[in-house]
Design a protein around this ligand. Structure first.
Ligand SMILES: O=C(O)[C@H](O)[C@@H](O)[C@H](O)[C@H](O)CO
Ligand SMILES: [Zn+2]
Length: 299
């Protein structure tokens, strides 16, 4: 029997915390606060946070094989040099859509950086529909576009055998799967593997565990749910003390801890009083399952 423990390890007051990524080399958790335009790095040993401010909403961050990080900033794929806090633009998307920005992103097992876009929100989940697209940045900095008509591009990860790509367009309330060709980076055969129930609200960020099960953060649902994509069934629910849970990843020793980001934007004064840890970073231990190391961008 595992006994689950949930702890707010960092009261960061993120407006919209997102994209948690474990950085083994620095024993740290990387994450972003999208509207606050900052990338943060929380050192799990010293408990100190370092920050890097950028000039547009930053929606995801990932490791880079050659050192430093990559991030999606505004509609740009960028390289980040953590030491001198400099940013280099690698590619720009959606040039004809001035109100768009990137949202969630993650690197595939071959080192391509996948990220999708969305129209900027006027309030959480309130936005012009169908404006987003899904892209990937290849190691040679070429951009591939997969599809458009996306509302809120979110939650992505790959199956353990790399043959399936899992994806969430939040306003479809569905977790989808595609066949994945790791050699070419092509996706095909879209289907739904799970439809969210009403009280689970909006599916947001997602990650895979070593048993091939998916963990999905439920925005407004105050929980992460564990899904078996093979059967389409939910197998576990872990509730958190904040409503706006945005994303999750595994990290810590042997990737045995889960980290969950959260948001404050969209909560009124009463909500903030009831959820003083909203916008914080949570650590969940005792799940009895581990995650896998994040893949670094190879370009
Ligand atoms: O990070 C994201 O995915 C979006 O940018 C956020 O604004 C919210 O999570 C979304 O509104 C919930 O659907
Ligand atoms: Zn998200």
């Amino acid at each position: 029997m595992s006994s689950i423990k949930i702890e707010c390890v960092l009261r960061e007051n993120c407006r919209c915390g997102e994209s948690p990524v474990w950085d083994e080399a620095s024993n740290s958790l990387l994450f972003v606060d999208i509207p606050a335009r900052k990338v943060c790095r929380w050192d799990s040993l010293t408990k100190q946070v370092q920050q890097m401010s950028v000039d547009a909403p930053v929606s995801s961050v990932a490791l880079r094989q050659s050192g430093g990080y990559v991030a999606t900033i505004g509609t740009k794929f960028c390289a980040l040099n953590w030491k001198d806090q400099s940013v280099v633009v690698l590619a720009t998307v959606d040039k004809d859509k001035k109100n768009n920005r990137f949202n969630d992103g993650k690197v595939d097992p071959a080192g391509r950086y996948f990220a999708g876009t969305m129209a900027e929100e006027t309030a959480p989940a309130v936005l012009e529909r169908h404006q987003g697209s899904l892209y990937s940045l290849f190691p040679d900095h070429q951009v591939k576009k997969y599809f458009d008509q996306v509302d809120i591009s979110n939650g992505l990860d790959w199956s353990l055998d790399h043959k399936i790509f899992y994806y969430i367009d939040s306003l479809s309330y569905s977790v989808d799967a595609f066949d994945y060709n790791l050699q070419t980076g092509e996706i095909s055969n879209r289907r739904s593997v799970y439809k969210l129930e009403k009280d689970e609200h909006i599916p947001d960020g997602m990650c895979m565990d070593t048993e091939g099960k998916l963990w999905v953060a439920c925005y407004n649902g105050g929980r992460v749910i564990r899904l078996d994509p093979a059967t389409g069934k939910r197998i576990q629910t872990v509730k958190l003390p904040v409503e706006k849970t945005t994303s999750c990843c595994f990290g810590g020793k042997d990737y045995s801890e889960m980290y969950v980001t959260s948001a404050r934007d969209g909560l009124d004064a009463e909500g903030l009083l009831k959820q003083p840890e909203a916008g914080g970073i949570f650590k969940v231990t005792g799940l009895g399952v581990k995650g896998i190391a994040p893949c670094p961008y190879s370009g």
